[in-house]
Design a protein around this ligand. Structure first.
Ligand code: SF4
Length: 510
């Protein structure tokens, strides 16, 4: 039985907990007395508590994030009721700021704030040494920013099962030099770089073990051009079909040296998450996010026209100073850049972020429950915010999914993508009253009805596009609602070479 259990509730099974592996790798001689137990937020809190208690540990370390704080509070409450002697230590971004008044913090014995990679080991050593008595530790224990030269990298801790079935997270740096007020990473200055030789050695070992998908968690992968170029060249030299690399990039920094190596990757091998958040310069100034929009546009055109990069671009709804009109204009501008995916995120009030300084001026009202999304502000009322929330969800199902690549632009044709999609979004919601659990064929049928009845496009022109979209996912049975508008004697299409990429990205590529 281990003395220490490291645990967290991941958002999904495929997300292997990177933070826990860092803690485990840096436990030193305590590592042999510890184990990792991962769960996901779809499991019942009491079942999780039961499994943790069955290991009979002396210490349980929980990783707390915005997506798991509510169910984890239930898990901790149950454990402390049944076994109050088990020491509960919390860590993670959700308990690193504004700890006062948090239910889960009240229930826990200790909270390590900040990057706890080394501090967790120190705290465990003290707790185990003290035995039955409690050591003289404060409840809230701030961790000093650890230097990478002192950290053991955790990649050996990915199991064969992780390699085969889960997303493998890696990092080349921590922190971000920018100061966007809504973002926790803006508090992480200075940026620290993982020593390159050690990182490349680990990446090689992961490749040798058969890892196909790498997700870099660096907040600004292209900040240091030499580092990003070295890593990209490393992967390019070892590229094999089916490899997939995800990076978060700042959109207005893509010097020629990087462009060359990016353009050399085959289509679909790279995914860039590109945060734009707003096209409104006044809003950018208010939230201390300054970007060069001309350079950004030029970079987008380069990526779309001269590379096979899959672009996932982010915009945020509800920022202080952003009106419905300015958001709509930004959305339309982004659509014109042609990214494969646009994530319309709803502003969250993350603990510790300086965005709160706008609360009074812009009458920002946030949901008190995680993930603390904005409900309304001075410029966008609650009803409009709800419409935008639905818009975001339906955009994900239709615009981003890769299931409607040819038919999505029919929703707005020559007009404003935002206005057209908002009309479809409200029509769809009035029809079905929900934003989830919609079968793909049903969604397609509803889109066909919207396009041909509601906005009166010709069925014989719309049907082939929907039919192409339908087949893109590998289906060949003609849906009844399309049959009358498609040629009867159409021969079966040649089966497409399936691409060994994540499903959504593969559909965009086909
Ligand atoms: S939003 Fe991106 S650029 Fe801005 S502080 Fe956060 S990580 Fe850095």
């Amino acid at each position: 039985m281990p003395d220490i259990v490291l645990t967290t509730l991941n958002a999904k099974y495929v997300h292997a907990a990177f933070g826990l592996r860092y803690l485990m790798a840096n436990l030193g001689e305590l590592q042999s007395r510890a184990c990792i137990a991962e769960f996901d937020i779809n499991q019942r809190p009491l079942d999780i508590a039961e499994q943790l208690l069955a290991r009979n540990p002396r210490i349980i370390g929980f990783g707390i994030y915005i997506w798991n704080v509510s169910p984890t509070t239930e898990v901790v409450a149950a454990i402390k009721k049944v076994r109050p002697d088990i020491v509960v230590v919390l860590g993670g971004p959700e308990v690193s700021y504004e700890t006062e008044g948090q239910k889960i913090v009240e229930l826990a014995d200790y909270v390590i704030t900040g990057e706890g990679d080394l501090k967790f080991a120190e705290v465990c050593a003290e707790l185990l040494k003290a035995g039955e008595t409690r050591p003289a530790l404060p409840k809230i224990i701030p961790a000093e920013l650890p230097d990478f030269s002192r950290l053991t990298l955790p990649y050996e801790l990915y199991t064969e099962d992780d390699v085969a079935h889960r997303i493998i997270y890696v990092e080349a740096s921590r922190g971000c030099p920018f100061t966007c007020e809504f973002c926790l990473s803006s508090l992480d200055i200075p940026v620290r770089q993982v020593p390159m030789p050690a990182l490349l050695e680990h990446l090689q070992r992961l490749l040798d073990r058969g890892v196909k998908q790498f997700k870099f968690v660096d907040r600004t992968f292209n900040l240091n051009v030499n580092v990003s170029k070295t890593i990209l060249e490393f992967f390019l030299a070892r590229y094999q079909s089916g490899l997939f690399f995800h990076f978060e990039m700042i959109p207005d920094r893509l010097p020629e040296a990087l462009r060359e190596v990016i353009a050399a990757f085959p289509p679909g091998a790279l995914q860039f998450e590109v945060g734009i958040q707003t096209f409104n310069e006044e809003v950018g100034g208010l939230i201390k996010r300054r970007q060069n929009y001309e350079r950004m546009e030029d970079n987008f055109r380069f990526l779309r026209n001269q590379t096979g990069v899959h672009i996932h671009a982010d915009l945020i709804v509800g920022l202080p100073g952003e009106t419905l009109e300015s958001f709509a204009a930004g959305f339309d501008r982004l659509v014109s850049f042609g990214p494969q995916e646009i994530q319309v995120g709803i502003l969250k009030r993350l603990r510790g972020t300086p965005i709160v300084r706008h609360d009074d001026t812009f009458k920002m009202v946030y949901n008190p429950h995680p993930p603390y999304e904005i409900l309304q502000n001075r410029l966008v009322d609650f009803a409009t915010m709800q419409k935008l929330r639905r818009f975001a969800r339906y955009w994900d199902l239709v615009g981003n999914s890769g299931n409607f690549i040819e038919s999505t632009p029919l929703i707005w044709r020559e007009g404003s993508p935002f206005e057209g999609f908002m009309r479809w979004s409200e029509w769809l919601h009035a029809k079905i009253g929900r934003t989830d659990s919609i079968a793909l064929t049903r969604l397609m049928e509803l889109l066909f009805e919207f396009l041909t009845v509601e906005i009166r496009q010709e069925a014989r022109l719309v049907a082939p596009k929907l039919w192409n979209d339908y087949r893109r996912g590998g289906r060949h049975d003609k849906p009844a609602f399309l049959k009358d508008y498609l040629p009867e004697d159409e021969s079966k299409p040649e089966p497409k070479n399936r691409v060994a990429l994540p499903k959504r990205q593969a559909r965009h590529l086909v």
